[in-house]
Design a protein around this ligand. Sequence first.
Ligand SMILES: C=CC1=C(C)c2cc3[nH]c(cc4nc(cc5[nH]c(cc1n2)c(C)c5CCC(=O)O)C(CCC(=O)O)=C4C)c(C)c3C=C
Ligand SMILES: [Fe+2]
Ligand SMILES: [Fe+2]
Length: 344
Amino acid sequence: MENNSARIGILLVNLGTPDSTSVSDVRKYLREFLMDGRVIDIPFLSRWFLVNCIIAPFRAPKSAKEYEKLWTDRGSPLLFHTKDLKEKLEEELDQNRYQVEIAMRYQSPSIENGLKKLQVAKVEKIIVLPLFPQYASATNGSVIQKVIEVAKDWQVLPSLNFVSQFMDNRLFIEAWSNIAREKLEKERYDAYLFSYHGLPERQIYKASCDGFCKLNEFCCGKLTEENRFCYRAQCYHTTRLIAKNLDLDPSKVYTSFQSRLGKDPWVQPYTEDLVKELAQKGHNKVLAFSPAFVADCLETTIEVGEEYKENFEALGGKQWDLVPSLNSHPTWVDCVKDLVIKNS
Ligand SMILES: C=CC1=C(C)c2cc3[nH]c(cc4nc(cc5[nH]c(cc1n2)c(C)c5CCC(=O)O)C(CCC(=O)O)=C4C)c(C)c3C=C
Ligand SMILES: [Fe+2]
Ligand SMILES: [Fe+2]
């Protein structure tokens, strides 16, 4: 049989979202998510107590209200944008060669389900694409581990190909630039804020197994062979690539980290501090980017698009615009196609 007629399975995996905005569904989601030892990386019993007795009970009602603001007729944006991405990708690929499935690391549709469909289709190869541009153990690492766990007992194991990061893909940078241009053509901004999902500092140190990353300029200021999996360095690198592609004035470009959970130190600078700094410096018009996410979600639409905007305006800022996420933008679909072809 000719090898190039083999069917290749593609599994697009995003983080996951609650099934509904009910407090019980949000609690269920938070429990599954935060009980992942790569997300809250402390010993099992301490994690169990923290998640089940503190975070989930207290956070679920508050988060459910936030999800209500985010929810649409089609449900959670994170999920329906992933479905749209799948459909548009299928239109771009030879359907005799590729089968595309989607999954969420937590809740539904599950990774088990997505992999089962590809197993039944008897694909020869599976390309797993965690939909997180910058590598973190809590996200890409967790997806890869889960896929390995699910597939490990299969009698027939197809070849498995994991895309561990894609933050420097030319089309990824171009997709963000194309979406941002729609804002930049209409408005002149005083500052550009690139806000990434944060991580506990501890997780950055652990990922830098040779101790190279000290969370300083020497590591995170430049992406090299030595630190190519440093999440913070990858975030700064993403900012530089998008800013350069858009020809933004470097003195107006800022990078920060949002969504801190708990009391441990997370990577800095924190977005909430930078919002204050920008307002205090008298920057009236800010354009915010969220390039750690490829779809609109709670962390972009609500946290960056509404909460930070309110904080900025309360401190005297005049205009705060958010660049919408990649969702199923044609250049993003081209990027995913490019990643598929390169890994086929
Ligand atoms: C960009 C990738 C992400 C990283 C890295 C990440 C790490 C991380 N997250 C938490 C805790 C929470 N994250 C929450 C929501 C959330 N996180 C990501 C992505 C990353 N997380 C996304 C896409 C979303 C939104 C999902 C949606 O349904 O829209 C939440 C839940 C929301 C809330 O209650 O505020 C929590 C909690 C930790 C602890 C962590 C790293 C260790
Ligand atoms: Fe998160
Ligand atoms: Fe670093």
